[in-house]
Design a protein. Structure first.
Length: 342
């Protein structure tokens, strides 16, 4: 006698909530995604042009100008110099504005809009947990922001490097604050901080406009903290020089400077008249024998960039953790409804 083999019903496979959430997120923020892609393409094209033809033309014009010496008349391409200066300035502002644009978008739409309209709570109770909802909200934009901002700062750094050593007098030195941040990974990390700030502030306010304003202001505050901390994130070097009208020697990112006494004591420079003869009596009275300057030379460029990036990412991680904690406090025990097959 043969028995009929009983077969268990095949398990019903359901599509993962993560791909659905990602597709919904991209569809919901399609205008912002298109605007982001357009911004990256336009600024990238400008930076490629700046680091190529604009730099070559400006370098040639400055060589013409320097060759004139003290001549009464001088023939040089002034338009090339002015065009390079303007495009350089606009490109730097565009790159530095990215973290604040990210913060404004994240604060206005990433979490606050769905909380304001109630669609987030519907998603939590029907399809996805609050933690997974926020994780998708952060992970997908973070990847796009990191890639796009990384491309911009990389091209800016190449454009700036193309003008080094070519006597372009309007080019900014490496230790100029705006130039330093626009051309390094610290700005990428700051853009991710803007994303985390926007997500957190959106959860706090649950309204778009207040979250937008608070996100931009908070991101500016974080940038200010990084700017103030930057000179102290890596050990500086000290250079001692004679008391001359040129002031302390040493070119780079200055941490501290002043005068040294005969006993090795440090004092702020009391004289800013620019004339050593006028200051001599003051220096003698203080027993000052030399200048000192604590600064970061060019060789500290990448150590400063990497330590500042790590410091910024640490702030961003703390903000992301705070966002998840805030979400947990807001939602309590909400979990997606489990559906069983009929």
């Amino acid at each position: 006698m043969t028995g009929l083999a009983s077969t268990a019903p095949a398990p019903i496979r359901r599509p993962s909530a993560a791909p659905r959430q990602t597709r919904w997120l991209l569809r919901l923020h399609r205008p912002a995604l298109c605007a982001w892609a357009g911004l990256v393409l336009v600024v990238s094209a400008g930076l490629l042009w700046l680091g190529g033809p604009f730099t070559d033309a400006a370098a040639a014009a400055w060589r013409q100008y320097d060759a004139c010496g003290m001549a009464a008349t001088c023939a040089y391409d002034q338009l090339a110099i002015l065009r390079y200066r303007d495009v350089y300035q606009y490109a730097m502002v565009a790159v530095l504005a990215v973290p604040f644009l990210v913060a404004a978008w994240a604060g206005a739409t990433l979490t606050s809009r769905e909380l304001e309209t109630g669609t987030a709570r519907l998603a939590w109770t029907q399809s996805v947990s609050p933690a997974r909802w926020l994780a998708a909200k952060l992970a997908v934009p973070a990847a796009l922001i990191a890639v796009g901002t990384g491309l911009l700062v990389g091209l800016y750094h190449l454009a700036w490097s193309a003008g080094r050593g070519r006597s372009i007098h309007t080019a900014k030195p490496w230790y100029d604050s705006s130039n330093f941040f626009a051309g390094g990974p610290t700005t990428v990390a700051l853009a991710l901080v803007g994303l985390a700030v926007g997500a957190l502030v959106g959860l706090v306010w649950r309204r778009s406009l207040p979250a937008l304003i608070t996100s931009v202001v908070t991101t500016a505050g974080v940038f200010g903290i990084i700017h103030l901390a930057l000179p102290h994130l890596w050990p500086s070097v000290t250079r001692v020089s004679r008391l001359t009208p040129d002031g302390p020697a040493g070119t780079g990112l200055t941490v501290d400077e002043g005068v040294l006494t005969s006993t090795g004591g440090r004092l702020p420079d009391p004289c800013d008249s620019g004339s050593l003869q006028q200051c001599r009596a003051t220096y003698d009275e203080l027993d000052a024998v030399s200048y000192y300057r604590d600064y970061h030379p060019l060789s500290h460029y990448w150590p400063l960039q990497l330590t500042a990036t790590a410091f910024t990412l640490a702030i961003g991680a703390l903000l992301a953790v705070a966002a998840f904690r805030m979400l947990k406090r807001r939602t309590g025990g909400i979990s997606p409804r489990q559906k069983t097959p009929a």
